[in-house]
Design a protein around this ligand. Structure first.
Ligand code: SF4
Ligand code: SF4
Length: 421
């Protein structure tokens, strides 16, 4: 045994219980599109064990198969000993990064996340370059990666919010809203819809003056000092505002905010604050259905067929599956239809579709086909990263469907002139 990383060693011993039953072959999206043994949990376990035991060095094969795990956790649900393959692969990846350093691509992603406003400039520059036709000068691989980004909206959520005058009015509850970088830059309509539905309930909503990073990309990359710096800034802002709840419309951010309790569990100064903060965190759909009691507006959305894609973070990390469906079924005038394999990963997986565009595209092709089988007008998902991926699928595979966060559809039932969706 060559490694001293305790977490990696613990996961290594847990993986000892793999009975090689092959059940993971039935649910793994990377296996579904490649049909290769190292692309399932069983194969990844074998590779990780070879690496930990020092039988396999740092090879491109190890990196390819290990890093292409989506972290979707689908295998855990069917695995008899419930092996945490996603966490094992993530620890192996971090160990490799610790030795080789971050790739240029990872550095760029971390840099963009450290300054979430810069994400907006990146998307804007890409769009301008597309319109001027200069993207064709980029290498093919890079062009392929950038194709996922849709046309950016005219303004960011934060720019729009600064123009609103009513956000500080008193309400029966005070709720903090954490928008996240994708909502801010690509899907500001989601943030507007969150404010709209909370306002309809007489709730005072506060949001930070500039978009904050939840710290997840840095935590996943092993940059714990940086991720804690973001956590402290986020907790300081919302706890300082005395909010009753903190809601998110991005489940990756939502999961990350709840993880602060784990991040600071050994910190005598921050532990109590982090636990108190994590207790207040809710996904917006969870809050609207479980805490507030679902309230739907009177405006009908006639003739619309809606289906739903389960984001892995919302479904498997946060356990939220029934609430979004309850919301969609309750939309007046709309028809809800369940798509096949709704809980299969769409290939977005944070920055996965950017780092592994070939595999992500194959996974997306199957997801789009599943969605199109029920001919929806709208595919709803509670995650901006999934929405970006599904929207890309609709564009390139002629899906002819729109993509929306459930809260956007709910906002439309309160105001038929609501045209931000
Ligand atoms: S389902 Fe679990 S126990 Fe069975 S082969 Fe896959 S990882 Fe091993
Ligand atoms: S976490 Fe997802 S991608 Fe990774 S091995 Fe399990 S099912 Fe496959």
């Amino acid at each position: 045994m060559l490694h001293t990383n305790k977490r990696l060693i613990d996961l290594y011993f847990q993986s000892d219980s793999c009975v090689r039953c092959g059940r993971c072959t039935t649910v793994c999206p990377t296996y579904r599109v490649t049909r290769r043994e190292p692309m399932i949990a069983r194969g990844r376990i074998w590779l990780a064990r070879q690496f930990v035991e020092g039988r396999m060095g740092l090879s491109s094969t190890l990196k390819l198969y290990n890093d292409s795990c989506l972290g979707c956790q689908a295998c855990r649900a069917v695995c008899p000993p419930k092996i945490k393959v996603d966490e094992l692969a993530a620890e192996v990846k971090q160990t490799i990064q610790g030795r080789l350093g971050h790739t240029l691509e990872d550095k760029m992603i971390l840099k963009a996340c450290s300054h979430p406003q810069s994400f907006r400039y990146l998307v804007g520059t890409l769009d301008m370059s597309r319109r001027m036709g200069t993207t064709r000068l980029l290498p093919k691989k890079l062009r392929q990666k950038f194709r996922i980004f849709p046309q950016p909206p005219p303004s960011t959520f934060m720019d729009w919010l600064k123009l609103q005058k009513t956000r500080d009015t008193a309400g029966r509850l005070k709720i903090g809203y954490f928008p996240g970088c994708l909502t801010n830059s690509i899907f500001p309509g989601i943030g507007m819809a969150v404010l709209e539905v909370l306002k309809r309930q007489g709730i005072q909503v506060v949001a930070p003056p500039a978009v904050l990073c939840c710290g997840q990309p840095h935590r996943a990359a092993g940059e714990l000092t940086e991720s804690r710096r973001f956590a402290v800034a986020t907790m300081n802002f919302f706890l300082g505002q005395g909010v009753d709840f903190v809601v998110t419309s991005c489940p990756a951010c939502g999961y990350s905010l709840r993880e602060y309790a784990t991040d600071f569990r050994d910190d005598p100064i921050w532990r109590e604050r982090a636990e108190r903060f994590a207790d207040k965190c809710r996904d917006i759909i969870e809050y609207l259905v479980d805490d507030a009691g679902l309230s739907v507006g009177p405006e009908a959305l006639p003739g619309i067929t809606v289906t739903y894609h389960d984001s892995c973070h919302l479904n498997r990390h946060l356990g939220i599956t029934a609430q979004p469906r309850a919301l969609l079924v309750a939309l007046p005038g709309a028809r809800y239809a369940e798509m096949p394999r709704a809980d299969w990963c769409c290939g977005a997986a944070g920055s996965y579709s950017f780092k592994h565009p070939d595999i992500a595209l194959k996974i997306l092709a199957q997801k789009t086909e599943d969605a199109m089988s029920i001919r929806p007008h709208v595919v709803a998902a509670g995650c901006p990263s999934c929405l970006m991926q599904l929207g890309y699928g609709s564009r390139i595979f002629d899906g002819n469907f729109d993509v929306r966060h459930p809260v956007e559809l709910l906002a439309a039932t309160f105001d038929h002139t609501w045209n931000r969706w």
